[in-house]
Design a binder for this molecule. Structure first.
Ligand SMILES: NC(=O)c1ccc[n+]([C@@H]2O[C@H](COP(=O)([O-])OP(=O)(O)OC[C@H]3O[C@@H](n4cnc5c(N)ncnc54)[C@H](OP(=O)(O)O)[C@@H]3O)[C@@H](O)[C@H]2O)c1
Length: 193
């Protein structure tokens, strides 16, 4: 059984939604009657304070991943920061009222959540969430998860060793700017962008 905040969680909410694949200006609509997602036993329901979008949202909306996607209707958005308003029976790390952030789809293009983060509420497994650092605003926290995960994974895969140089292309973009910052914390790498 899920425990919820004293504040009532509505049954429907506002959300950006597309009912068929296509370009955002053609298919994306703001709806006010989207069902608030049910929480699974291992999930938290989050009142969304901030969300971010990434290239994967755009590509998904265009239907690039239709073979593995959860098909429309769908609410886009992978990144979220917000407040936990309900938790499933198996959730141990979080409680109602916690400020959290994360990327809600563990595997980006395999069955992503139909209700993403461009909504008033979204549900996510506790393993993909973390407590929001107190020194980050919600919008700052929401801007990080997927892009920083990508930057980190890229740097790991590159297998750099001390003294090597690194050239980061697209350094002004979401992933590139975070890769630059990650390298800046280490004295091992020389940066060239
Ligand atoms: N964001 C994620 O979490 C994520 C996850 C997995 C994979 N990816 C992939 O990683 C790539 C970057 O994602 P992002 O979120 O960082 O995108 P982004 O914020 O849109 O940044 C893209 C960067 O690439 C530069 N760029 C675009 N076209 C270029 C070209 N022809 N030559 C040189 N530079 C070019 C852009 O420069 P201008 O600003 O000057 O246009 C910008 O700095 C994308 O292919 C995306 O699909 C991203």
């Amino acid at each position: 059984m899920a425990s919820s905040m004293f504040q009532r969680v509505p049954s429907t909410m506002k959300a950006w939604l597309y009912e068929e694949y296509g370009s955002p200006e053609k298919v994306l609509q703001l709806k006010s009657d989207v069902p608030v997602p049910e929480v699974g036993d291992d999930q938290a329901l989050i009142k969304v304070e901030a969300a971010a979008i990434n290239p994967v949202d755009f590509k998904r909306m265009l239907g690039f991943f239709r073979n593995t996607d959860s098909p429309p209707p769908a609410v886009p958005g992978y990144d979220v920061a917000g407040v936990v308003v309900k938790v499933g029976s198996q959730v141990e790390k979080f409680k109602v009222g916690d400020e959290v952030y994360g990327v809600i789809n563990e595997k980006g293009i395999e069955s992503p959540h139909k209700i993403g983060t461009l909504a008033e509420y979204t549900a996510a497994e506790e393993r993909v969430l973390a407590l929001k650092p107190k020194n980050l605003k919600f919008v700052e926290a929401a801007s990080l998860p997927l892009a920083i995960e990508t930057a980190h994974e890229g740097l790991e895969r590159a297998g750099l060793t001390s003294g090597q140089s690194i050239l980061i292309l697209g350094g002004a973009g979401g992933v590139g700017s975070l890769a630059i910052q990650a390298c800046s914390f280490s004295s091992e790498f020389l940066l060239q962008t």
